[in-house]
Design a protein around this ligand. Structure first.
Ligand code: ADE
Ligand code: ZN
Length: 340
């Protein structure tokens, strides 16, 4: 039997920074359109810089390049291109992170960001039955005041959002700093997620759960260092939105073969596979599934479990989740796999 195609496996993407889908060719297109001179000689010159030593070395380029995003149309075009690639790799539901502080500080109106991303999501929902939503991420390495202020602005448009998250440089910026901001966001009905345990210690994962009441943990791979935490994550069915190619490119793990994804799965943790910043890390979500399945010898049933986990952990209505789980069953049936 040939191996089932993991690209066509229906899945939800739960950890995706829209700014991290900015491919070098689009960066130059938008720079031209907005009459901006990028500090790179060419598309190839920019692409050649995608060689990172850690999270900070990536973030430096990520924040520099996103300067080309200026208008609602720019955010719509960026999101349209992402959704095209993602749906070609099986994404049926996408929860999209965005970093408004990094744009508002450059004079981009908050509304232009959410309306642009929202328009592309609405088109994909109408034309391709893709569902999804927006998760506003606070920059943890900026003063907390900035997060408070952007949340105040965002609450004017709270219906455009499904949740809040926490990202950017992790070490030295513990979740506890953002307890009050997350309290406010949750009081307005927003879901909560947080990056933790990517480069930072396992204790940041516990803090994000206890203090921010995060419902999912983004990355969370350093949970493997704390057996009691692993047991807790498994028992409470808290999803980790793991991004294997990102972890290799940012050197959180030495290579895919050493990735703790299998260990976490076998401990009963609800692991999902996602792409993080696919334009920078060498692949979109299907590429992540294929690469990690190859490196860790995941069976088709294990890959299917990862996809089921993603749907079960999504902030989507129950009827949508049931429909997507049926789509996964249909994929398994066509691939000749036993239904679980
Ligand atoms: N922002 C974009 N990608 C990120 C990552 N992998 N970790 C933290 N912040 C980010
Ligand atoms: Zn991330």
């Amino acid at each position: 039997m040939t191996a089932p195609d993991l690209y066509s496996l229906p899945k939800a993407e739960l950890h995706l920074h829209i700014e991290g889908t900015l491919e070098p060719d689009l960066a130059f297109e938008l720079a031209d359109r907005n009459r901006i001179t990028l500090p790179f000689a060419s598309v190839d010159d920019l692409a050649a810089r995608y060689d990172f030593t850690d999270l900070q070395s990536f973030l430096n380029l990520y924040y520099a390049t996103m300067d080309v995003l200026r208008t609602e149309d720019d955010f719509a075009e960026l999101t349209r291109r992402y959704l095209q690639r993602a749906t070609a790799q099986g994404v049926r539901h996408a929860e999209i992170f965005f970093d408004p502080q990094a744009h508002v500080a450059r004079g981009v109106p908050f509304e232009a960001i959410v309306d642009g991303i929202g328009a592309a999501l609405a088109d994909a929902s109408r034309d391709r039955d893709v569902s999804g939503g927006l998760i506003l991420c606070f920059l943890r390495d900026h003063p907390v005041d900035g997060a408070e202020n952007v949340l105040t602005a965002a609450l004017e448009r709270v219906d455009s959002l499904i949740g809040v998250g926490l990202d950017s440089a992790e070490v030295g910026y513990p979740p506890s700093l953002f307890t009050r901001v997350f309290d406010r966001a949750r009081a307005h009905g927003l879901h909560a997620v947080a990056h933790a345990g990517e480069e930072g210690p396992a204790s940041y994962i516990s803090e994000a759960l206890d203090l921010l009441r995060a419902e999912r943990i983004d990355h969370g791979i350093r949970a493997v260092e704390d057996p009691a935490l692993i047991e807790f994550l498994a028992q409470e069915e808290i999803a980790l939105t793991v991004c294997p190619l990102s972890n290799v490119r940012l050197r959180a793990v030495p290579d895919l073969a050493a990735h703790p994804l299998r260990t976490l799965m076998e401990a009963g943790v609800r692991v999902t596979v996602n792409s993080d910043d696919p334009a920078y890390f060498g692949g979109y979500i299907g590429d992540n599934f294929v690469a990690v399945a190859d490196a860790l010898d995941l069976t088709p049933l294990e890959a299917m479990r990862l996809a089921q986990n993603s749907v079960e952990s999504a902030f989507a209505p129950l009827d949508r989740k049931v429909a997507l789980l049926h789509e996964i069953d249909g994929w398994a049936e066509r691939a000749g796999l036993p239904l679980t």
